[in-house]
Design a protein around this ligand. Structure first.
Ligand code: HEM
Length: 503
């Protein structure tokens, strides 16, 4: 009975949506992805494990690349435009500001936070939050980045000379603590809950990916009856309890400081002051009442997930790339010596500007290993591309991995070549083709924050350690983000005597 009901609902829904979309399609249609079936379209290709999802994504990207940069596919009744053409991607990224319906899967947890929110709420929040990421605020975080990097160097000491080890677990804790301090102004107090917190975030990512793969779970009506939803509810409850606790504690601290007429700023280990991002939000809610407690909680949840996993994966891939190419590693080391000398002093904002080769290496890693190889938008009105028009009501897949392999990158597009970011003749084209932090108006709000923090960390690490790795051994999967399925290990040798390392 359930299956029959499901089947009838799908057929009727498919019929209506397809009829509506066909009516709107212009005469010139992009080529369709091969393998389309009646009713199901291409939904069946999504079914499989997370490694399969990654392979499908690469295949769809390659199809789009070889067929002129735009193809269509059908996920059940939905018509999806899948794009790798850089100009068309740019057009879509700036004209379609609504996230696609897949992002609704995250709403029970993240609500209308910046990542999953759309429309006027997103616009208002982005405007409110942009100042929290201006250069002056970010410069205040450098002390935290330095302290945290030193801690990481100290923690990794036990692995020196012991052969390969999975470095992600060190990087995850490091980035989580960094986000906790800079974004929420909190530190060790939650240590007993961190394990459960990280595990719940990982479970939530797996749940979203599984729902995406199983197209019959896309409609809420069926999903709400599933075991997966019950598991999701359990994790969402814990995650909300946790973020509410962070929020309430920070409010209490602010209130106490206000009573004592003290500064509300956070303090890093060297006594340097910085203003955690959450404080800015709480001040806005107190002074101007422009953001509600619920909205702040949604942004707290959003910044946790958007901030911590992303940076740890990018650091993980970058260290592996550095370890794979010894000449690249030596060039970064020489640059660090040129800018900071042999000393172990803190990295300053002026140093960060000068570490151009290191930045090129991070960008090149993100080009080949973009943690968001695809993002998805909803066209709420017709969008004119170079050769086609995306009709209103369609989904659009922005295939960033595909764009990063476009032939405009040149004959060495498949190679790891950080030098391409230093070549002034190709730099402006490269920047236009680079979507490591997404592109257009909904790009990453914290891209400068992330770059500053990662450059500081790698500088500290490479001053003390030589990294060895083989990135060709890594296998990948999609679990919301591009993640390693296996083979993500490095080994470390000391560059400097042990007693030069302070924890
Ligand atoms: C290396 C680290 C990072 C990378 C590669 C990265 C990448 C991205 C990408 C690709 C998007 C677009 C997602 C989409 O449209 O589906 C995005 C959005 C976003 N990122 Fe990042 N991110 C990083 C670090 C961070 C950090 C540290 C934070 C916060 C502290 C952050 C906060 C956000 C937010 C709030 C959005 C949503 C922006 C909007 O739609 O207005 N990200 N990021």
């Amino acid at each position: 009975m359930f299956l029959l009901l499901f089947f009838v609902t799908c057929v009727v829904y498919a019929f209506f949506v397809m009829a509506k979309q066909r009516k709107k399609m212009k005469v010139l249609e992009p080529p369709s992805l091969p393998g389309k079936l009646p009713i199901l379209g291409h939904s069946y290709i999504l079914y499989g494990d997370n490694i399969h999802t990654w392979n499908v994504l690469k295949w769809v990207s390659q199809e789009a690349l070889t067929k002129g940069g735009v193809i269509t596919m059908n996920i059940g009744p939905r018509l999806v435009y899948a794009i790798t053409d850089p100009d068309d991607l740019y057009t879509v990224a700036n004209s379609c500001l609504l996230k696609d319906y897949f992002y609704n899967f995250a709403k029970p947890w993240l609500g209308n936070g910046l990542f999953s929110g759309s429309g006027p709420v997103w616009r208002r929040h982005r405007k409110l939050l942009n100042p929290a990421f201006n250069q002056q605020v970010l410069d205040g975080f450098i002390g935290v980045f330095n302290d945290q990097s030193r801690r990481l160097v100290g923690q990794l000491l036990v692995q020196v000379g012991k052969g390969s080890f999975p470095h992600l677990k060190y990087l995850s804790v490091y980035t989580l603590e960094t986000v906790f301090q800079t974004v929420f102004g909190v530190n060790e107090k939650y240590n007993d809950l961190i394990g459960e917190y990280l595990s719940s975030i990982a479970q939530m990512q797996s749940i979203f990916t599984e729902r995406f793969q199983k197209v019959w779970l896309h409609p809420d009506i069926f999903y709400n009856m599933s075991q997966l939803k019950a598991t999701q509810d359990k994790h969402v409850k814990f995650l909300h309890r946790f973020s509410n606790m962070v929020l309430e504690n920070r409010k209490l601290q602010m209130a106490k400081r206000n009573i004592n007429n003290a500064q509300t700023d956070g303090q890093n280990a060297n006594g340097g002051k910085f203003k955690p991002f959450l404080d800015l939000l709480l001040e806005l809610s107190n002074n101007e009442e422009v953001i509600t407690d619920k909205e702040i909680r949604e942004e707290v949840d959003t910044f946790m997930i958007a901030g911590y996993d992303t940076s740890s994966y990018v650091l993980m891939y970058t260290l592996m790339a550095i370890g794979t190419y010894p000449q690249v590693q030596e060039k970064i080391y020489r640059e660090i010596q040129d800018v900071l000398g042999y000393s172990d002093r803190d990295v300053t904002k002026h140093d960060l500007h000068k570490l151009v080769y290191l930045e090129a290496v991070i960008k090149e890693t993100l080009r080949l290993y973009p943690i968001a190889p695809i993002v998805s938008r909803y066209a709420d009105s017709d969008v004119k591309l170079k050769n086609y028009t995306v009709p209103a009501g369609c989904s659009v897949f922005l295939l960033f991995w595909g764009m990063h392999h476009h032939s405009i990158w040149g004959p060495d597009a498949e190679q790891f070549n950080p030098e391409r970011w230093l070549d002034s003749t190709t730099l402006s084209t490269n920047l236009k083709l680079f979507a490591g932090f997404s592109i257009g108006k909904r790009n990453c709000i914290a891209k400068t924050f992330a770059m500053m923090s990662m450059k500081t960390t790698i500088t500290h690490l490479l001053r003390h350690y030589k990294v060895n790795a083989d990135i060709s051994k890594i296998t990948l999967k999609i679990d919301v983000m591009l993640q390693p399925a296996s083979g993500s290990v490095i080994s470390l040798d000391l560059r400097r005597p042990k007693n030069h390392i302070g924890c």
